[in-house]
Design a protein around this ligand. Structure first.
Ligand SMILES: CC(C)CC(=O)Nc1cccc(-c2cccc(CN)c2)c1
Length: 230
């Protein structure tokens, strides 16, 4: 997160870790399921994934911090390493998360209407806080204004790349960045979208952040959760 600050408790936040190191954000949507971004699998090789819940600090001991093994990873079938389409990943935990004040589920938007331009939303994550690559220990968050799709698709911005299954937010100074992928874009207490890598540029007003809307994918999410075994 660029231009943010230490976050207050965000009990739905997950750190998707690869070989013991933070890789991407995510959030708890069901007792044993975390929603994240498919691009987070692209550099995985045959490493070991795990999900950290109940954390604010990645390093310090905290009352409800707990690392969960991963039972399965389900990338959206339409996701590709070289596009932003369908950039969603469902992560099944080895066991149901134990819920407590620091570990809670977050509802995601299921209704298809766009969030109005200018709405102030929030994004949190342990992604880099400077383009030099500085990584935070404590969860960061920032408030970002929604940018309308028509404006976001102008040539100077994303030049027609933003589909109706995506949305955009301000990126002038404050922005999501590397390592924030998969985290929730929260408006009025509901996850409206998931951080997508987008143009891999951070903090440049010409390249608004691109976020994968959840509503178009509610059916896919429900079907994966319904067909999985525990
Ligand atoms: C998905 C990982 C395995 C690789 C990765 O994260 N790359 C990468 C590199 C530079 C910027 C970004 C990035 C992320 C989220 C939002 C934005 C822009 N708002 C950029 C992402």
């Amino acid at each position: 997160i660029l231009g943010g600050r230490d976050a207050p408790r965000r009990p739905y936040m997950a750190s998707l870790q690869l070989n013991g190191q933070h890789l991407c954000g995510g959030f708890l949507i069901a007792d044993e399921w975390v929603l994240s971004a498919a691009h987070c699998l692209e550099d995985a090789g045959n490493g070991t994934f795990a999900v950290l819940l109940g954390a604010r600090s990645l390093s310090l001991p905290e009352p409800h911090k707990r690392l969960y093994g991963v039972r399965q990873l389900v990338a959206h079938p339409g996701s590709h390493r070289d596009t932003n389409h369908d950039d969603l990943l469902l992560v099944q935990l080895e066991e149901a998360a134990s819920l407590n004040p620091d570990v809670q589920k977050l509802a995601f938007q299921r209704q298809g209407r766009d969030v109005p331009e200018g709405t102030l939303c929030e994004v949190a994550g342990w992604g880099i806080t400077r383009n030099t690559g500085k990584r935070p220990d404590v969860l960061q968050y920032v408030e970002l204004g929604v940018i309308g799709r028509a404006k976001c698709n102008q040539r100077i911005h994303h030049d027609g790349e933003v589909t109706e299954k995506m949305m955009c937010a301000d990126s002038k100074k404050k922005d999501s960045c590397k390592g924030d992928s998969g985290g929730p874009f929260v408006c009025n207490g509901v996850a409206e979208a998931v951080v997508s890598t987008g143009s891999r540029v951070c903090g440049n007003w010409k390249k608004p952040g691109i976020y994968t809307r959840t509503a178009p994918y509610a059916g896919w999410i429900d079907s994966v959760l319904a067909n999985a075994t525990s």
